[in-house]
Design a protein around this ligand. Sequence first.
Ligand code: NAI
Ligand code: MG
Length: 334
Amino acid sequence: MRICTIPGDGVGQEVIPAAVRVLDALQIGLEFLHADAGFEHFQKTGDAIPETTLETVRACDATLFGATASPLTRVEGYRSPILALRQALDLYANLRPIQSLPGAFSRLNLDMLIVRENTEDLYVGRERVENDDAAIAERVITRRASERIARIAFESAGCRRKRVTIVHKANVLKMTDGLFRETCFQVAREFSNVRADEMLVDAMAMRLVTNPQDYDVIVTTNLFGDILSDEASALIGGLGVAPSGNIGVTNAVFEPVHGSAPDIAGKGIANPIGAILSAAMLLDYLKQSEAATRVRRAVQRVLEFGTLTRDLVSDLGHAGVTTEEMTRAILQQL
Ligand code: NAI
Ligand code: MG
């Protein structure tokens, strides 16, 4: 099986090589093909994600992506490569599991899956300025995209605790989220074994802090899913440990939830666990579930032994281990 690897910018360059070492150590015949993307690549070549990268992604069985940096102001010709990838390959479902990890940094008894619509909403990038004094963004919600993301959510719930919470803001966004909500409930009717309920996104943001253990599958639109999944990652130790998968009909790209983390990039202290658990999701996608379980067990054991990178350490007197030390500890467990 061929895996495309796109480290990207910042800590992506540190955590993806770590995840590749872990995958390689499994000795299950994986072949790795490197591809470029990101802001650094854009500055060198004028292209954020070259066509050759898209070709490599398409030719491989799955892709492991690190992170790319996006400037806060507009840079002519630059568009976030991960957004471009999601759209080019129609990776319509973003799966973000939140599972308890062993350690004081994580809450107990959490097993949640956030299913985020991945192709539309405010991320269609249709923004314009009017008369210099107003800026307008278009929010696109379609029945087709809502239907297929809802189906993924209900199918996933069928193999889990059989509950889907539809998260929206239809009380205000009556047309866009109204359509999303209505479509999700329509799909719910096909899944009589799964309980469907709903929650407004602001209330959901609170419930994630107060009662996260009550939730099984959460399905929501793109921007709400982006925000809620970062919030939810804090329940299990933060962005350094949160994995995700972008799933399409014929392709899938797995990536840690975090970004390029410029504040710690190049220091060798980034937590590789988010990337390594994303690699485990990639193995599940490739039907290598035994290998995926081995990776997850190794991560759990290392955390049980108290090997922690700086982002997971609560004791201020403890500096935390480096990316290299954490990776070696996980490899040793394997
Ligand atoms: P970020 O996720 O890069 O960092 C947020 C905080 O989490 C920082 O304090 C960082 O040090 C910490 N953190 C992130 N990953 C970590 C790791 N592996 N180990 C330990 N600590 C970690 O988000 P931020 O700072 O908002 O964005 C930085 C850049 O990343 C921006 O240019 C943004 O556009 C980009 N970004 C890219 C994403 C992607 O490629 N999918 C996703 C999110 C942000
Ligand atoms: Mg995000």
